[in-house]
Ligand binder design. Structure first.
Ligand SMILES: C[S@@+](CC[C@H](N)C(=O)[O-])C[C@H]1O[C@@H](n2cnc3c(N)ncnc32)[C@H](O)[C@@H]1O
Length: 291
C-alpha cells in the first residue's frame, strides 16, 4: 500500500488550523496577542513558575507567556505549530528555546518539564484528549499544568465579529469548521478533560475582564486581518459584503464604547490547572494542588 504524505495524517480540523494561522503572526502580535496577554501571569502563577522552573509553553504564538516566564527566571522551551508564530517568539526573546511542533506530538522525552502552560491553544487542537495525554507525558511526576480556553460558545467581545457576519447576511462557509473544543468550554467539562488524562486535583477558575481597545485597530489587526475563524471569513469577502459586515461591526461595537474611539470588550475565559501525580502516588492519591 502506498504511504500517505505526512500532511494527510493531520485531521481535517488540524489541517484547517494550520491554514488558519499561516502568515498571521504579525497581525496577531499587533492585535489579538494584546488580549491574550491578560492571562499570562495567572497561568504562570497556577504552575508556580519561578527561578529554575523547567517550563514548556505550548502554542506559544508570539511568545507572550514564554517571555513572562523567562522574566521569572524559568528555563523556558516554547513550541508552536506555525513556523511564523515560532519565528515571532524567537525574535521576542533570543534566549528562548523555540521549536516548531504540534500537539498531539511533542519532540520531548517523557517527564521533561516541571511545568507546562498553554494559553488559548487547547481550544485549537483537533483531538483534545490526545493533546492532554501528550501534555501529561512530558510533565514530570509532581509537575504542574495550566491551560486557558475561551468560555464556549463565545460571548461578549469575542462574539462581535461573528455576529457582524451573521447580521450582514453572509453565509458561513462549509470549510470553516466550528471549534471542536465547544463541549469542553465550560468549567466542569474542562476539569473533567484534565481528570480523564490523569491529572490530579484539576481546578478551573473563571477569568472575566474587559479588553480596552480601539475598534478601528481591532478591525484592522483582527477582524479584517484574517485572524481567527471570523477573520478568515471576512478576508474572503468582496468589498460590498465587507462593507456590510463593517457597518454591523460598528453598530455592535458601539454598545461597548467608553470614550470616542475606545471600547471595553467583555471577555470570558477559563483557566484549568492540575498536577501530575508524584511517582509514589501514581495511580494513588493526588499531589498537593499548589493552588
Ligand atoms: C490563539 S493563539 C495563542 C497564542 C499564544 N499562546 C498567546 O498567548 O497569544 C493559538 C496558537 O496555537 C497554535 N496552535 C494551533 N494548533 C496547535 C497545535 N496542535 N499544536 C501547537 N500549537 C498549535 C497556533 O499556531 C497559534 O499560535
Amino acid at each position: 500500500m502506498a504511504r500517505r504524505p505526512a500532511h494527510r495524517l493531520l485531521s481535517d480540523f488540524d489541517a484547517y488550523e494550520r491554514r488558519l494561522w499561516a502568515g498571521r503572526a504579525d497581525a496577531y502580535g499587533r492585535g489579538f496577542a494584546l488580549l491574550t496577554a491578560y492571562t499570562a501571569e495567572p497561568l504562570l502563577d497556577a504552575v508556580a513558575a519561578g527561578p529554575g522552573t523547567a517550563l514548556l509553553d505550548v502554542g506559544t504564538g508570539p511568545g507572550t507567556v514564554a517571555v513572562a516566564a523567562l522574566r521569572r527566571g524559568a528555563a523556558v522551551t516554547a513550541v508552536d505549530a506555525d513556523p511564523g508564530m515560532a519565528g515571532a517568539a524567537a525574535r521576542a526573546a533570543p534566549s528562548l528555546d523555540v521549536r516548531v511542533a504540534a500537539l498531539p506530538r511533542l519532540p520531548f522525552p517523557d517527564a521533561a518539564f516541571d511545568a507546562v502552560t498553554g494559553n488559548f491553544v487547547i481550544n485549537h487542537v483537533g483531538d483534545p484528549p490526545a493533546a492532554m495525554a501528550e501534555l501529561h507525558r512530558v510533565l514530570r511526576p509532581g509537575g504542574r499544568l495550566a491551560l486557558t480556553c475561551w468560555r464556549l460558545p463565545p460571548t461578549g467581545g469575542l462574539a462581535v465579529t461573528r455576529e457582524a457576519i451573521d447580521r450582514a447576511g453572509v453565509a458561513w462557509p462549509d470549510d470553516v469548521p466550528p471549534p471542536v473544543f465547544t463541549p469542553h468550554g465550560e468549567p466542569a467539562a474542562f476539569a473533567a478533560l484534565l481528570a480523564a488524562a490523569g491529572f490530579a486535583g484539576p481546578a478551573v477558575t473563571e477569568l472575566d475582564w474587559a479588553h480596552h481597545t480601539d475598534p478601528e485597530h481591532w478591525w484592522e489587526n483582527v477582524s479584517a486581518a484574517g485572524v481567527g475563524a471570523a477573520g478568515v471569513v471576512i478576508s474572503r469577502q468582496d468589498p460590498a459584503a465587507t462593507g456590510r459586515i463593517r457597518r454591523e461591526y460598528d453598530r455592535l461595537m458601539a454598545a461597548y464604547a467608553t470614550d470616542p474611539g475606545r471600547v471595553a470588550l467583555p471577555m470570558h475565559a477559563l483557566l484549568a490547572a492540575g498536577g501530575r501525580y508524584s511517582r509514589a502516588d501514581e495511580g494513588g492519591g493526588p499531589v498537593a494542588s499548589g493552588l
